[in-house]
Design a protein around this ligand. Sequence first.
Ligand code: HEC
Length: 135
Amino acid sequence: MHKKHIKKLWYYLVLPLSFLAIVIILLTIFEYTRVADIRESLSNVNQEDSISYGKVLFETRGCSSCHSTKPGKESLGPNLSGIGKRKSEHYIKQSIENPSAIIVAGYEDISMPNFGEILNQKQVKALVSYISKIE
Ligand code: HEC
C-alpha cells in the first residue's frame, strides 16, 4: 500500500475507532460507578434497611440488566428467583465479589464484572440480603 494511503487510513479509521473504544469503556465504568451513585441517591433509599437498599443497588448497579428475578425469564446471566432456597448467603456473596470463583454451568466467566472492586462491604451485604429473599 502507498505510504500516503496508510497515513489516511490511520487518520480516518484507526484514530476515530480507538477514540470510540475508549469512550465506550469509560461509559461502561461510569454506568457501574458514577451514574449508579447518582441513581442511587435519587432513590432516597434508607441505607440501613438492607433489603430495600439491596433492591435499589440491584436495579442501579446493572445487576438487573443481566439477571431476571422473575421465574422462567432468561437473560445473559442466571435467573435469580428463589436462589436463597438453593444457595447459601456465603455463595451469593462470593458470586458478587469474585464471580470467577465458581462459574455457573452453561454460562461464561467473562460477562459478569468483578463487583468486589466496585462495591463497598455495606453494599455487598445489602445485595446479599435482598438476593437471598427473592421469591
Ligand atoms: C454483564 C452481565 C452481568 C452483570 C451486570 C451482573 N451479572 Fe451476575 N452473573 C452473570 C453471569 C454470566 C453469571 C454466571 C457466570 C458466573 O458464575 O460468573 C452470573 C452469576 C451471578 C450469581 C450466581 C448465580 C447462580 O445461580 O449461582 C449471582 C448471585 C450474581 N451473578 C449476582 C449479581 C449481582 C448482585 C450483580 C450486580 C451487582 C450482577 N450479578 C451483575 C452476569 C452478570
